[in-house]
Structures are given as C-alpha cells and as structure tokens.
Design a protein around this ligand. Structure first.
Ligand code: SAM
Length: 319
C-alpha cells in the first residue's frame, strides 16, 4: 500500500490550477443550442475528488439554471467559484428537505429550472435529494439526470470483480450488532457487494466482514478515488483487515469496500462431486466399488458413504 501524509484527504482535491479552468459559457447560447424545457429539475453529478471530473454539460446546466439546491452551500461555493457559476443557491439537506422541497417545487411551478447537487458525486447516492426528486416527478415535472462521478461506479470499474451483477449496500449500520445482522443477511448473496464506509469504522467493518463472510472471501479496498493518494488494493478480507489496521494512513479519507459474491453451495458441491466422479471412474476401471471408494476417500476427502454410493451408480452406468 502507498503511504500518505497526515493531511485530511476528505475534501475535494485541488491538484493544480490548470484543472480548474472551465470556460465560461454564455447562458443564452446554452438555452438556444440545447433542449432546454421549462420547469425542469436537473440532478447534477459533481466530482468525488478530482475537479476535472465535472462534465462540460454539468457546468453548462449549473450556469443556466435559475437556482441550485445544494446539500451544503458553503461547501459547494468553492466549486461554483472555480466553475464560474454565479447561480443563486439554497441549502437542501436531510434536516431541511421538506422546506427545500417546497421552495424547489415553487420554482418549477413558476416555469424555472433548478439543479440539485450534493457535496460530491451523484445526488441521492447515499446523499440527500430523494424527497425532491420524488415530489417533482409526482407533480409531473421533468427530472433530468446529468451523469458524472459516483464512488460506487468508479470503484467497480477498477476493482476487477464481476460487475454483471452487483448490489450497492451503501453504509452499514453504525452499531456493531446491527452491522453484524446486516452482514449475515448478505452472506449468501452471489453478486458483488459494494459498501461505503467512514474512516473511523473501517478497521472494525473489515474485521466484521471477515468474520461474517469468511476470512478468505476476496475483496477490494478502494480509497481516495480520483485523488492524489488513490489506493486500490485487493486480497482476502482478513488480509485487507490486517493491512488497514496496521497502516493508519489507510484509515484516512474516503473509502469503498467491494466484496466478491459467495460461490453458491450448489456450485461448490457440484465441482467437488465432478472431481470425485472423475477419480472414481479411473479407480473403477481397475477395482471393485468398495475398494475404489476407500481409495477415493483418501484422494478426495469426501465421505465414505457418499463415495461408495457414487461408485455403485457409476459402475452400473458403465455396465
Ligand atoms: N454521492 C456520492 C457518490 O456519488 O458516490 C457518495 C456520497 S457519501 C455521503 C460519501 C461516501 O462515498 C464516502 O464516505 C465514501 O464511502 C464514498 N466516496 C466518496 N468519494 C469517494 C472517493 N473519492 N473515494 C472513495 N470513496 C468515496
């Protein structure tokens, strides 16, 4: 693992001035050249670290809307300044979502367009905004996504675990008993599991996962994605838990844990069974069923009764 300095990495990384230069776009040009329907709520993704990850369309929309509903206006004002966005902002977070929702709906009712942003990444993905999007849709307003950075998708794209099926589990419960219960419910899930986790809980969570899913289950720890100290490590859950516990730098910043899906018991059993059948067939060519199954016990480690029954079946098939 790479080692970090002691700086808090949790805020947006500003790597260089160059990456911040975004052309100011004439708002009338945007409205003239793009499909720009009235009364639209835009759900706009912002960077999860590297500020260059904002899309050109996101900048245009942020400049052109009448209002930006931001999770934390103070946090987002830095980004808006760098993007030369001067659109007025209102706060929209978990504690004022009802009032913020009312303000947004009033703007939409007046024919205005509003952008919804969170502190980082895609709004609603472990971030506020659900109530506003739901209400806007229920009231028949157009809701348009402006896609971009998202930690779960970024982590999956680079982890090297199967992505054909995955489950995003977000943050596990903070209390250890509830966390253990949730993990136990996921033990048999065969798709890749993706979790967000906070730095102060990362060691306990990796250890709890090793306990629940088995120490040898394959996993990936993806930290500080798109930032200077980006780290993506794979290994067994117990190895990752030990590595992170031993290195305080790996307990800093923002992190995603990906756990490979359970190999189904059925798949496991049939692999073992297939191997046992192969061994038995070779032995049965030379030996009676009883002796063949006795030798197969030593070669496969499977139960004597099971192997004897299989030996009988395979001998009768061969006759
Ligand atoms: N809406 C965001 C998204 O689209 O990913 C997620 C917001 S959630 C409040 C914050 C959590 O996302 C962090 O605790 C971490 O688990 C994950 N996260 C965000 N940025 C990250 C990054 N750059 N690297 C790794 N994980 C990140």
């Amino acid at each position: 693992m790479s080692s970090d300095n002691d700086n808090d990495q949790s805020t947006l990384a500003i790597e260089s001035e160059a990456q911040l230069s975004v052309d100011t776009v004439n708002v009338d040009t945007i409205k003239g050249s793009q499909f720009w329907p009235a009364s639209t709520l835009y759900v706009v993704a912002t960077p999860i670290g590297n500020l260059s990850d904002i899309t050109a369309r996101a900048v245009q929309v942020l400049q052109a809307v009448d209002l930006i509903a931001a999770e934390d206006t103070r946090h987002s004002s830095g980004l808006m300044k760098h993007l030369a966005v001067e659109t007025p902002m209102i706060a929209c977070h978990d504690h004022n979502e009802v009032a913020a929702c009312k303000s947004v709906l009033e703007r939409l009712a007046a024919g205005q367009c509003v952008a919804l942003i969170s502190d980082a990444g895609t709004p609603l993905i472990s971030d506020p905004g659900y109530k506003i999007v739901k209400s806007a849709r229920e009231q028949g307003y157009r809701v348009a996504p402006i896609p971009g950075a998202c930690a779960v998708i970024s982590a999956l794209s680079a982890a090297g675990l199967p992505t054909d099926r995955f489950a995003f589990e977000g943050f596990l419960p903070a209390k250890s008993q509830a966390r253990q219960k949730r993990l136990e419910q996921l033990v048999e899930s065969s798709c890749t599991l993706v979790f967000y986790e906070a730095p102060h809980r990362i060691v306990a969570t990796l250890q709890a996962m090793a306990e629940a899913f088995g120490e040898q289950r394959k996993a990936v720890f993806a930290r500080e994605l798109t930032k200077r100290y980006e780290t993506i490590v794979d290994g067994s859950l117990i190895d990752l838990a030990n590595q992170v516990a031993a290195d305080r730098n790996q307990q800093r910043g923002e992190m995603v844990i990906l756990v490979s899906g359970a190999v189904s018991l059925e798949e496991d059993r049939s692999n073992e069974e297939q191997e046992a059948d192969r061994v038995l067939r070779i032995l049965l060519a030379e030996l009676p069923a009883k002796q063949a199954s006795m030798l197969a016990v030593q070669l496969t480690g499977l139960k004597k009764n099971y192997l004897y029954k299989r030996a009988i079946v395979l001998s009768s098939e061969a006759e």
